[in-house]
Design a protein around this ligand. Structure first.
Ligand code: KG4
Ligand code: ZN
Length: 382
């Protein structure tokens, strides 16, 4: 993956992600006449405005991300109104860039796909309205995509051999799910968090030890300099639900340690706390995922979501998968965090099943994973 970055005047980072071996815009145009399904995908569920053109679910013709992270850093987290307003400003530019890099126009696409939940409602509404407007103006079919199904589908982009069934650990800012991907678009949730999501725990602990926002990448970096065995933080196991997660006890334990150290006038070693905290999270995530593969009899394991870009998680998962003869799949870090290519990948399989949304599609901020019935009719749950 090659990432071209440009920081705009307002601090927003404009990124174009390219597969080095990918086709040129001219080749894409030529190939278009040979058929296939080309989807324009849109993502705006949190603080990234993103648009991508994806062919046949696995070939990314263009992938544009406009990241607002710098704007929210000063507030220590995402400010929903700022996010929505920036999406409104950036959306058309992202779509124009995605089409132009793919060498295509709206006439060349077969469908428009968009994340319609879960996420921040005001942020989601920008993408949903944009996709509906394009569908209305061009007459092209409209497909709503679940954000987490998008994250899972990011694995299909660089792993052309990956096909369901497999186990997937989904760890993002809002979700920690252990899922069996039974077929394209068919999910069985076998474990989930009882409290904080993994990414949320990273963000809260990073703030507490003074690393700031966004916490995940900062802890990841600091942990490389620290001793993971400096402290033993608790790893929660839930007796009646062995695949569920709980990170609030771990978070409290880190906060208690920090308070005690402050009271005793000790200097806090950020790197050691980061490394020990990361180890506690990663060991639970990897332990649950490997156990699920063995117990359910799957020999393929994928990871997805922002936390899946964590280097400690990737390393331990790779080691444990090799030791247990499980094939390990993970997207490149830039495809783990929010992007529209993953939405285009998920949308392709929906398109093939005949899923079409009406122009009554709405944003569903708390959309459950695998909610087939409602999705098929294009109606939200609230
Ligand atoms: O999937 P994502 O981009 O957005 C959501 O759908 O939530 O995930 C964002 C989350 C944040 O909590 C962020 O701190 C975490 O992913 N994250 C990481 C890393 N990069 C992002 N956590 C741990 N290590 C990382 N390298
Ligand atoms: Zn996400």
């Amino acid at each position: 993956m090659e990432i071209n970055k440009n920081i705009e005047d307002d601090g927003v980072i404009f990124m174009s992600i390219k597969d080095k071996e990918g086709a040129t815009a001219e080749q894409n145009k030529e190939e278009k006449s040979e058929g296939g399904v080309t989807i324009l995908a849109i993502e705006s569920s949190c603080d990234e405005t993103a648009a991508a053109v994806v062919r046949n679910g696995r070939e990314v013709l263009s992938n544009i991300i406009s990241s607002q992270i710098a704007l929210h850093t000063i507030y220590g987290g995402v400010v929903p109104e700022i996010a929505s307003r920036k999406h409104v400003e950036k959306m058309n530019g992202c779509i124009r860039a995605a089409l132009s890099e793919a060498g295509l126009t709206l006439n060349d696409i077969d469908a428009v796909a968009v994340t319609y939940g879960p996420g921040l409602v005001g942020a989601l509404l920008v993408g949903v309205s944009e996709a509906k407007a394009i569908s209305f103006a061009t007459g092209k079919p409209l497909i709503g995509v679940h954000h987490i199904e998008g994250h899972i589908s990011a694995n299909f982009i660089e792993n052309k051999d990956l096909e369901p069934p497999f186990v997937c650990l989904v760890v993002s800012g809002g979700h920690s799910h252990l899922v069996v991907v039974k077929d394209y678009g068919e999910y069985e949730i076998i474990g989930q968090t009882r409290d904080d999501a993994a990414g949320e725990a990273f963000d809260k602990v990073a703030r507490a030890i003074g690393l700031g926002y966004p916490g995940g990448p900062k802890i990841d970096k600091a942990a490389k300099e620290g001793n993971p065995d400096a402290f033993t933080f608790p790893q929660a196991q839930i007796p009646d639900a062995e695949y569920d997660f709980s990170f609030s006890g771990l978070k409290s334990s880190v906060l208690n340690y920090i308070n005690q150290a402050k009271m005793q006038g000790q200097e806090l070693d950020q790197a050691d706390v980061a490394a020990s905290f990361q180890k506690a999270v990663v060991e639970v995530l990897v332990g649950h995922a490997i156990k699920a593969c063995k117990q359910y009899g799957y020999d393929k394991l994928a990871i997805a979501g922002g936390v899946a870009s964590n280097s400690g998680l990737r390393e331990l998962m790779e080691k444990e998968c090799a030791a247990n003869k499980i094939k390990f799949y993970r997207p490149s870090p830039v495809l783990c965090t929010d992007n529209a290519a993953m939405i285009g990948a998920a949308a392709y399989y929906e398109y093939q099943k005949g899923v079409r949304f009406g122009l009554d599609m709405n944003a569903v901020p708390n959309l459950p994973l695998g909610d087939r019935e409602r999705r098929f009719h294009g109606r939200g749950s609230n």
